[in-house]
Design a protein around this ligand. Sequence first.
Ligand SMILES: Nc1nc2c(ncn2[C@@H]2O[C@H](COP(=O)(O)OP(=O)(O)O)[C@@H](O)[C@H]2O)c(=O)[nH]1
Ligand SMILES: [Mg+2]
Length: 313
Amino acid sequence: MLNSNILEKALSGNELAIAKLLTKIEYMTEEGIIALDALMKRSGNAHVIGITGIPGSGKSTLIGGIIQEYVSRGHRVGVIVIDPSSPYTMGSFMGNRLRFQDKTLLKNVFIRSIASRGYLGGVSAEAIMLTEALDGLGYDRIIIETVGAGQTDTEIEKIVHTVLVLVIPGAGDDIQALKAGIMEIGDIYVLNKYDRPEAELTYNILKSIINDNTESAYEDKWKPTIVKTIAIKSEGIPELVDKIEEHRNYLVQKDLFKKRILDRRAKIVELIVRRKLEELVTNVIKDKYDLITSENIPESIKKVMDTIKELLR
Ligand SMILES: Nc1nc2c(ncn2[C@@H]2O[C@H](COP(=O)(O)OP(=O)(O)O)[C@@H](O)[C@H]2O)c(=O)[nH]1
Ligand SMILES: [Mg+2]
């Protein structure tokens, strides 16, 4: 049973309660699933933003700026960082400005980092469940930072409303990826580190690639744009947030806002079922190892499948 106290506390903004609740949800405990169900009845309002780009391109620094901009505009921001290596704290987003000690920020921002669990750059069931939870808890702008690795990072577009692709000056690989159409997923391309020497050249290349990629595809479709930023100096952030809001309005107008939410919920079901099936296969193989004969592969497959079907009945 779920201790309803913790849910109430979380809903009233108690940071510790939120952290505990999210852990239960992330690990799919019985209480966690009940809490998620309760929160999902309240979710469906948040605008979800995915940020991808190669390591070191400035995603976290940029998110720090976006957080401040959104909070100053009266929003509550939830951040989910999918990173296999480094755990993030509020401090790492706010740099050395120490603005994170600001009470308003603390009250209106929640940051959670989760391990990627092998889904490099992709989305996991955990990421989507935490998105639903933060949405249900009243965070109305949610940012997901993924470790972008070009080709592997194409799942994110299915669960977020707006995809930001970070590009940095002189990043030949990024530009090649764009040319190959691999990174066509961006709604907004952020050319960060605009203080770098090759910035303008990269901007021009990026602009022509984006125009080539999308020119024919328009009619009334969203036209991807480029925003120049210098995240370490918080330059270009208000313009970027304006663009995100413009994209949000576009989605609402085209009836796509709710559709993305329904897609992400369908994705949760899919991911959890896949996870459970995978566990089942692992267990059957382990428990019924004698079903497997190395001489007859088709027969072994059939036996294992039959056992699984039996268990599912
Ligand atoms: N010159 C410059 N450096 C930046 C800018 N934005 C971020 N950085 C630096 O780039 C490095 C990587 O930033 P980080 O936000 O951790 O990148 P992430 O790995 O994409 O999350 C850090 O040392 C930042 O200070 C920028 O606009 N200009
Ligand atoms: Mg980062």
